[in-house]
Design a protein around this ligand. Structure first.
Ligand code: B3K
Ligand code: ZN
Length: 864
């Protein structure tokens, strides 16, 4: 049990009970006003037939609502019948009819003063909602839980030109519009948007011939920047039909771009709301990775229509049911649209950076958590990214065909329902005939398993012996063995791959043998077939061999990554460590291999981040020093730049992309490779002026930004930063980049100073989550050496700002506390300094329950 203040007890999966009353239909009328919006709710309710027993009290969730009136079956309820508290209201059983009844209520809310950006709020003069997970209760009284699903009719009245809600438009006139959503949905998928917006339109004809109107709603002037998002949407719709057989189910699909948004986007039925950062793009303002993110997030939210909306979660513990699966689907989509290998490597980099880190510290929790205080704190890398890895493992274990059958069965069996992980596993068991009870442990056991492997070769018999263990995590001291699918290949010393397959490791120790003439080199965990840490006895020779010979692109990249990790780790701990010549020649070989995709080569030439080295050293039992790691990393970049300068110069010269900018994967890959070459060359010789030249001549944001990053990192930024700001000061998304590049790239010794200075810049705005994250978030999460600067000034700066933000936006504050998640990995001085700052944050008056829960977990304040 988590212990925090008495008013916020933890919610437990084990305590789930079905809702006492269901809502079949919700009819809502909104009379919009920034300071006093009236919400009239008419709910058709009935006792839940699945719950037996005598009649029950009616409990409706509601937070911060001014109740004007309420009635049951049109009979007004006297104030003494309604028992209202901070979290909702109750009506005792004797006042509730036995059968179906109609609840009506009028409430008042003030969207203009809602800075938490949850419920109905305002962003730049426009009304907007965010209801997942529990924001609907800030709009009206309602059983605000995902297992209550209703059809909705929404009437909006307001003095603004565009009035939008879920479903199909059924009527409109001056100052009003009415929407009908025929699909039953939980309240978290409700959305309303109203404002002075413009639509970019297109159409999509579905596989059964339904002609769907597609609209992207933006502020006037932003229309030319929607083309890529629209294209990504159409590709997503076609892909979901082709690959999963899923067709869209309304007459229109709308996306709205909003500037003030706590996260990336939200999959509200028929009316997705997006952070404008993930919709708007033009070559001059967006980078290749912005385009890739837009594609992935548009797809993700669209795919939720089936995995999340039509089949939703019974309760919030089942969040991974929709999120893990939808992440897996968006990863498959991006892999199909681009390079599968490159996409897989990028996903694993992200998984390790965020999820492995989470699993290794005080915030570790299972993919399906068992308790929470604030559910918004569990929209984590573990639920999303590890959740997606579990789907990938299932698919690998049962095979692609059975996976497709299981998914068909899932959609057939559960359409229109609110489901659990048990339902999900059952469709796989039914489709495959396998008992998956052991596999299911992945959902309840936290922590990243360590998979040890030893090899022996004697008398023509080659044996791999695996052992597994998972370190303890908070609340789970003892771990059991999990099912680990290990995709592998065996490569002869001459470089021939002669065997590939899948090993299923289910016990704490397990061996596999092959009869072979010569001792092979094993390529293990191909495509990163399981989210584990492989602990092998591989020396640099085997890794260089795999870097050169492995046919699995993931493991080819992984070999180079392991070499670089070991090298930077060593260089950070001992003076005089020099990489072997073979390391440089292996890198040169990859860089110049004409058969390899430039995007892959860009990844192969990239060094692990400081954070990644910190995590690797900590997991080997060392005490990492971010500053020495930063120096070692810079030194290795310099050495690579010097050792393979000629090929790098050739790459830089030859990988220009001709013609006007296009964001396609192949052009983006060439640009990425070229900018990697530029980074290595600049590391060796910043005076050559290559970055300056690229900065001033680039015609697209990708190349401009990669040059600017180098200029800031090498202390040559003044003119460029001034120029960049002068060019783009009126563009909010570009100004975010201007803040972020300084927060991330400024060398550690002056980073705190620069960030502190930037907090006084007139464009720094605490209330806009993008802007806050671009400065404070980027510094805390992206400038590891600067954040951990000796003396603790980085920690103090971040906590100063989290304390200010908590009163304004608890959700974003709570999220950013995870910058401290690795605090126990460091030496004592840093540990003490970080703990002091976390305690200072915890001691803040009226700390939000969001932040309170996070800081308590970080500090390990948990009890029985
Ligand atoms: N489902 C939303 C996330 C909601 C976060 C609530 N704190 C976006 C997504 O995963 O698609
Ligand atoms: Zn999602």
């Amino acid at each position: 049990m988590l212990r925090t203040d008495a008013q916020t007890p933890a919610i437990r999966l084990a305590d789930y009970t079905p809702p006492a009353y269901l809502v079949d239909r919700a009819e809502l009328t909104f009379r919009l006003d920034p300071e006093a919006t009236r919400v009239l709710a008419r709910l058709e309710m009935r006792p839940n037939p699945a719950v037996s027993g005598p009649s029950r009290d009616l409990r409706l969730d509601g937070r911060g609502l001014k109740l004007i009136s309420a009635a049951i079956n049109a009979s007004p309820l006297a104030p003494d019948v309604l028992v209202q508290d901070d979290e909702g209201l109750s009506v005792s059983a004797e006042h509730i009819p036995d059968g179906p009844f109609v609840w009506t209520a009028e409430t008042e809310i003030a969207p203009l003063s809602n800075s938490a950006l949850e419920g109905l709020y305002m962003s730049g003069g426009m009304y907007c909602t965010q209801c997942e997970a529990q924001g609907f209760r800030k709009i009206t009284f309602y059983p605000d839980r995902p297992d209550v699903m209703a059809t909705y009719r929404v009437r909006i009245e307001g003095d603004v030109p565009v009035l939008l809600s879920n479903g199909n438009l059924t009527g409109q006139g001056p100052g009003w519009a009415e929407w009908e959503d025929p699909h039953r949905k939980p309240s978290y998928l409700f959305a309303l948007v109203a404002g002075d917006l413009r639509a970019v339109e297109d159409r999509f004809v579905t596989c059964s011939g339904r002609d769907v109107l597609l609209q992207i709603w933006v502020r006037a002037g932003d229309e030319p920047r929607c083309a890529y998002a629209m294209d990504a949407l159409k590709r997503s719709m076609a892909w979901d039909e082709e690959v999963y057989g899923r067709e869209y189910d309304l007459d229109r699909f709308m996306i709205v771009a909003v500037d003030d948004f706590n996260m990336g986007a939200m999959e509200n039925k028929g009316l997705n709301i997006f952070n404008s950062k993930y919709v708007l793009a033009s070559p001059e303002t967006a980078t290749d990775s912005d385009y890739a993110n837009i594609e992935a997030i548009i797809a993700h939210e669209y795919f939720h229509n089936w995995t999340g909306n039509r089949i939703t979660c019974r309760d919030w513990f089942q969040l991974c049911l929709k999120e893990g699966l939808t992440v897996f689907r968006d990863q498959q989509f991006s892999g199909d649209q681009r390079s599968r290998a490159v996409k897989r490597i990028e996903d694993v980099i992200r998984l390790r950076a965020a999820q492995f880190r989470e699993d290794a510290g005080p915030l570790a929790h299972p993919v399906r958590p068992e308790e929470y205080i604030e559910i918004n704190n569990f929209y984590t890398a573990t639920v999303y990214e590890k959740g997606a890895e579990l789907i990938g493992m299932l698919r690998r274990l049962v095979g692609a065909e059975t996976y497709a059958e299981a998914l068909d069965l899932y959609f057939r069996r559960h359409d229109g329902e609110a489901c659990t992980i048990e339902d999900w596993i059952k469709v796989f068991e039914d489709a495959s005939g396998r008992d998956l009870s052991h596999f299911k442990l992945w959902y309840s056991q936290a922590g990243t398993p360590r998979l040890g492997v030893k090899e022996t070769f004697a008398d023509g018999r080659y044996t791999l012996t695996f052992s597994q263990h998972t370190p303890a995590t908070p609340g789970q001291p003892h771990k059991a063995e999990v099912v680990i699918p290990v995709a592998y290949g065996l490569i002869s010393p001459g470089g021939e791959e002669f065997e590939t397959g899948l090993m299923e490791i289910t016990r704490s120790e397990q061996s596999f043998s092959w009869d072979v003439a010569e001792k092979p080199v094993p390529s293990l965990l191909r495509e990163f077939s399981a989210p584990v840490i492989l602990e092998r006895e591989t020396g640099p020779e085997q890794l260089s061999f795999l870097l050169a010979k492995d046919t699995d692109p993931f493991n080819k990249w992984e070999a180079g990554r392991s070499l670089a990790l070991a090298l930077i780790g060593q260089m950070s701990r001992e003076a005089g460590v020099e990489p072997a010549d073979e390391y440089f020649s292996a890198l040169a070989e990859v860089a110049t291999d004409p058969m390899l995709d430039p995007a892959f080569k860009a990844l192969a030439l990239a060094l692990p981040s400081v954070d990644e080295v910190v995590a690797a050293l900590a997991s080997e039992g060392h005490t990492p020093d971010p500053l020495s790691i930063h120096e070692a990393r810079r030194a290795l970049e310099r050495k690579i730049g010097a050792s393979i300068r000629e090929p790098l110069e050739a790459i830089y010269a030859e990988h220009t992309v001709s013609g006007p900018y296009t964001p396609d994967a192949s052009s983006a890959g060439r640009r990425a490779f070229r900018s990697r070459a530029l980074a290595l060359l600049t590391a060796d010789n910043p005076d050559a002026g290559l970055a300056e030249t690229q900065f001033s001549s680039a015609d697209n944001m990708t190349e401009r930004m990669s040059a600017l990053s180098l200029l800031v990192a090498h202390g040559r930024e003044d003119d460029a930063l001034r120029q960049f700001y002068a060019d783009w000061s009126s563009d909010r998304l570009v100004v975010d980049k201007w803040f972020a590049v300084q927060a991330v790239q400024t060398p550690p010794e002056k980073a705190v100073l620069v960030v502190d200075e930037l907090t006084r810049h007139p464009d720094f705005d605490l209330k806009n989550p993008n802007r806050f994250r671009s400065l404070i978030g980027s510094f805390a999460m992206g400038n590891t050496a600067g954040f951990h600067v000796p003396g603790g000034a980085g920690y103090r700066l971040v906590v100063d700002w989290l304390i200010r933000l908590d009163d304004v936006n608890p959700q974003t504050t709570a999220r950013l506390t995870s910058a401290f998640s690795a605090w126990r990995s460091f030496a004592e001085d840093r540990r003490i300094a970080m703990r002091e700052q976390l305690e200072r944050l915890l001691a803040k008056r009226d700390l939000s329950k969001d932040t309170n829960e996070m800081v308590s977990r970080l500090l390990g304040i948990t009890g029985g």
